[in-house]
Design a protein around this ligand. Structure first.
Ligand code: ADP
Length: 337
């Protein structure tokens, strides 16, 4: 079979087009410079060839010979100048071509990286959306195909579909939050109230897994956006519960650190290997162990969203963990006194 010729990527063709533009500009400048230089030099030569001005010293010995010699010298100089300018322009064409290409690549690199990230994001998002949709489709098709589906079976199908819809809603909500360009209105946030709200959201899930959440947070105020602080704590608690064994404890507490307040969410779960600790904040990244045995639900978007919200409020989100002993996620925000 004949191999298909590789298509030029839009960035390769954009690089080439930009290279040509840079070169055209460079050559125009170079030709303009050469033209001006040639005009000035020719002018000077002509002035030197022209009639002698008053007061200029005259050499009477064989004046016509001297004039001829001067003309020849000037003509030779003019020829040399033209050759030099042609060589100079050729050098600009060759050297400038390479330079223009490097410059074009450099100019387009950040755009290419952003474009690649966008493509990856779209394809990852589509992939995550496909799975629940496929599950729903299969269940509905099976339900429709069998003529004698009992009412109980129909209810089970609807319940299962509802679960998938809830998953899809959470995923699309996170995607929308991640795509949002709106600035967070920052004010004073009551950390204690935010933690109580987040814990209340997660208690049913913790109870299902027989995990206790110990809220040791005292009165503290930080600079931030209330709903975002609640969202971050809820994401951290959700993970602490998901990645911890049944009957373990999750602790939430605050501590002052300079002019900041650190909120720690501490669990006794599986922990995160050191080489994964930076990657877990990337979009759609999930540590393999959370995919394989004892599959844990998730899309790998929670921490990237939490970190983005923390950064937007001028704070930070870090993790410390020892595999098998648990993880501590620390949200740091400026304290308000
Ligand atoms: P999700 O939990 O939906 O997969 P996240 O972005 O919240 O997505 O987390 C990314 C990954 O980081 C998870 O898949 C998991 O592997 C790891 N992780 C997050 N929190 C914890 C935790 N408390 N303990 C162990 N691993 C964690």
């Amino acid at each position: 079979m004949e191999a298909k010729p590789k298509r030029m990527s839009i960035f390769d063709s954009a690089t080439l087009r930009l290279t040509v533009w840079y070169m055209v500009m460079l050559m125009l400048l170079s030709l303009l410079f050469s033209g001006v230089l040639y005009a000035v030099a020719t002018n000077e030569f002509n002035r030197a060839l022209g009639p002698r001005r008053q007061g200029e010293m005259r050499i009477f010995i064989d004046d016509s010979n001297v004039a001829n010699a001067r003309t020849r010298l000037i003509e030779e100089s003019s020829d040399r100048l033209i050759i030099s300018l042609v060589l100079f322009n050729l050098a600009v064409l060759v050297g400038g071509g390479g330079l223009s290409y490097l410059l074009a690549r450099r100019t387009l690199k950040p755009i290419q990286l952003a474009h690649d990230a966008q493509l990856r994001f779209t394809s990852d998002a589509a992939h995550e959306l496909r799975t629940p949709l496929a599950v729903m489709q299969t269940e509905i098709e099976v339900g429709l195909r069998s003529k004698k589906t009992s009412a109980a079976k129909q209810t089970a199908i609807l319940e299962s579909n509802l679960e998938e819809v809830a998953r899809l809603r959470m995923l699309t909500d996170r995607l929308l939050q991640l795509a949002s360009q709106q600035e967070l209105p920052v004010g004073t946030v009551d950390v204690e109230a935010a933690v109580v709200e987040a814990v209340t959201r997660l208690v049913p899930m913790a109870q299902k897994r027989h995990i206790t959440i110990e809220n040791q947070v005292g009165p503290a105020s930080v600079r931030g956006h209330y709903d975002s602080v609640v969202d971050i704590i809820a994401i951290l608690l959700d993970n602490a519960i998901k990645y911890s064994p049944s009957k373990s404890h999750v602790v939430v507490k605050t501590r002052p650190s300079g002019g900041e307040i650190v909120l720690d969410v501490i669990d006794q779960g599986m922990g995160i290997p050191p080489e994964e600790q930076d990657k877990i904040f990337e979009r759609f990244y999930r540590v393999d162990s959370s995919r394989s045995k004892d599959y844990v639900e998730g899309h790998g978007l929670g921490l990237s969203l939490a970190q983005r919200l923390a950064t937007e409020m001028g704070g930070s989100l870090r993790v410390q963990s020892v595999v098998g002993e648990g993880a501590t996620f620390s949200l740091k925000l400026a304290s308000v006194v």
